[in-house]
Design a protein around this ligand. Sequence first.
Ligand SMILES: [Zn+2]
Length: 464
Amino acid sequence: MWPERDDHPVVLVTLDGLGDRPCRALGGATPAEVAQTPVLNALAGQGAGGVHVPFGPGWATSSERSHWAMFGLENVVFPGRAALELLGVGGHPPRSTPMWHLAIRRGRRSNRADNAMMITGRLGHDQIDVSAVAEMVLADYCASARIDDIGFEIVPLRVGEWVLIAHGATSHEISDTDPLFENRHPWMCPVPVREAVDAGGQRGFEARRMAAAMQRFLLGAHEALQRSGIEYDVPTTKWASWIDHDVSFAHEVGVDGALVTSSALYRGLARHLAMREIDVPTPEGDLAGGLAARVAGALAVLDGNERADFVHVHTKAPDEAGHTKDPEAKIAAIEACDAALAVLVDRLDRDEFVLAVTGDHATPSETRLLHSGDPTPFVVAGPDVRVDDVGEFGETSLLAGSLGRLRAGDIAPLLHGFARRPFFIGHRPGPAITGALPAAPLAMPASSSAFPSVPPPTYEESHA
Ligand SMILES: [Zn+2]
């Protein structure tokens, strides 16, 4: 028998878009500072705190990129959100084939000389009829459009959104056409990305070829949608994706992971990373986004026979409230999340797990910013966590916390370190430097009859 393990599971709770900047309507405080959060205050009081600036001060980020880094995957190639969403709705992203998220948006011609299209709206969730007509038009157009030997296919994601697959293309290295920032940018022209152009050769050529084909495809789709007379007619692309091999959380991070998911993106993350997936759908109109039910799902993993060393729980509620640009709505969302976390924080005195709560980025609830690089509260408690002086949850109080400023990529090593399985620099138990000490390195078979576990290199590999 192995000696008994003395390490602990880690539970990471992400309150999406938790951080904020000082709000005028709140007298210069943030929603997390104004919200009544007795549970999160208790967590801060029992543990250590700091602020999370995912990619360093100032950088705004999407949720998928900060989660990827928080999970300990910063050095693993990110597959692209379109592929993750496709996985999340039960689809199968084809290997070594570029994909994008495709949406139809409402647009109008700008009155400037540049002849640009301004994007003014997106399809509402109730506009299923418009979406169905657009889907027929786009599918017909895809069936007939073959551009520079590239064939296009759409797979539905949700109302007004699809995944666009470019069969026969070999580069996803082009820019977005979707103006994430509608008040700043028009419908944008796809261009090959700098890294591909600088690399030159086949890579640069294929990126140029794809950018030109995408431009022709989108202009043709735009005209087809216009001919069909539907009001929403500007097709936009973003989240370029590419998957060419299997990735496993257990291999890349070193331990088994479980994700308590509620949306396609996080289901897709779990499936792409071969993590255990516990799906707890969000009840309609629930302010905390079903967080209490998801916390119960996480506790079931901790209490079950099949242990996972890393359990992630997510709620979109604070981010969605932040996007309404009503600081009071965000305060209400944070307070509802606080209540939902009580059952987890109450269990801390049993010394069974390490618990961390943070956000994946800041979502300013004033100004027109989508997300920002403002500091987001971070608190962690567990058997080995040194308790600091901060007992109040909020950006300003936690700026004085003992953990200081953490980047997204610091979080997995920090939490696995507290959980008594830090990766040991200077030791090489497997192919990769992982966020945690690997739980299951490849064992040498005790007798040669079981060989070989590692195939010898091929002639091409040894002469590369
Ligand atoms: Zn957001």
